[in-house]
Design a protein around this ligand. Structure first.
Ligand code: GLU
Length: 298
């Protein structure tokens, strides 16, 4: 990225449902250093829509760990749990245009619906595409089930959305250095994605695009595991008339078995490393951050 008159705004957006590990440190440090190299700012956003699993204790630990690494961010910590109204407005706007529909299916219903179809397509995360059961419900049945208080998710009607769009989904992807390219994405790979869950009145996909716009994010820097989701995010941005940030999907840190570091696979936390006497400088050296930044800033 060359210096320009645009003020770049980056964000690091962890979920406070566990302690940060080296993979988070890598992402946070890249964001921080890119923000500095561009003369821009970095926000810290807690992706805590899953209020059952997210805890204040983890949120505090995240701020502490980032500060220990020498990172700073602008303004107060942002929280997705404070934006359910904004997500609701975005969903209502899609609903008014017939682009979402309530879905009463459980996971088991979906599995059963495709049980005799061994080659049923899967989304880029490996989940079976939604077979569209509730898309075909009559308006009367939908209304009756909603009136009876049956819990419903809201799904994007992908075909309707794409028919309305009639244009390619493109985003601007840049690398760790000077390379940049336009990516043509295919959101249909996600099928009728869930935009609001039965238990939570939003999903990651709707929350992330609404927040990136609300917070004026110009540069989304995150792991390459979210590369494919970007086509869906761009689709939602277009449907909701939200600005398009530029994206940089960085490589992921993996364990010796090649699996991405994750909380669920019990990757060692930064806190545990700190207790063992590892210093922030050693972590940065290990991650090769200084080398990357040189490439980015040059
Ligand atoms: N909350 C996501 C995570 O912790 C990051 C989402 C994003 O950067 O768009 O992996």
């Amino acid at each position: 990225m060359t210096r320009s008159y645009i003020s770049h705004v980056f964000r690091f957006a962890p979920s406070p449902n566990g302690y940060l590990h080296l993979g988070h440190a890598f992402s946070a440090l890249i964001n921080h250093e890119m923000a500095q190299a561009s003369g821009g700012s970095l926000l810290l956003r807690m992706e805590d829509i899953d209020v059952e699993r997210c805890r204040t204790e983890f949120e505090q630990a995240i701020s502490e760990d980032l500060a220990w690494l020498g990172l700073s961010w602008e303004g107060p910590v942002r929280r997705q749990s404070e934006h359910f109204d904004a997500y609701g407005e975005a969903l209502a706007s899609l609903e008014q245009r017939g682009l979402v529909y309530p879905c009463f299916c459980s996971r088991t219903d979906v599995v059963n619906a495709i049980a005799d179809k061994p080659n049923w397509p899967r989304d880029p995360d490996g989940s079976p595409l939604y077979p569209g059961t509730c898309r075909h419900l009559s308006a009367a049945e939908r209304d009756a089930r909603l009136a009876a208080g049956q819990p419903a998710a809201l799904r994007l009607d992908m075909q309707a959305a794409l028919a309305l769009l009639r244009r390619k989904i493109v985003w601007h992807e840049y690398g760790g250095g000077a390379e940049r390219r336009d990516i043509c994405g295919d959101p249909s790979l996600w099928g009728d994605a869930v935009l609001s869950r039965k238990d939570i009145p939003a999903s990651y996909h709707i929350a992330v695009v609404v927040d990136d716009a609300l917070q004026g994010i110009t540069d989304v820097v995150r792991g390459e595991d979210l590369f494919m989701a970007t086509s869906l995010h761009r689709l939602l941005q277009i449907l909701l008339d939200l600005p398009a940030p530029a994206y940089h999907h960085h490589e992921l840190l993996r364990d010796v078995a090649g699996r991405k570091l994750s909380k669920s696979l019990r990757a060692k936390s930064l806190r545990a490393m700190r207790r063992e006497g590892v210093t922030p400088g050693e972590i940065k050296d290990q991650l090769g951050i200084a080398k990357r930044i040189f490439a980015f800033a040059s």
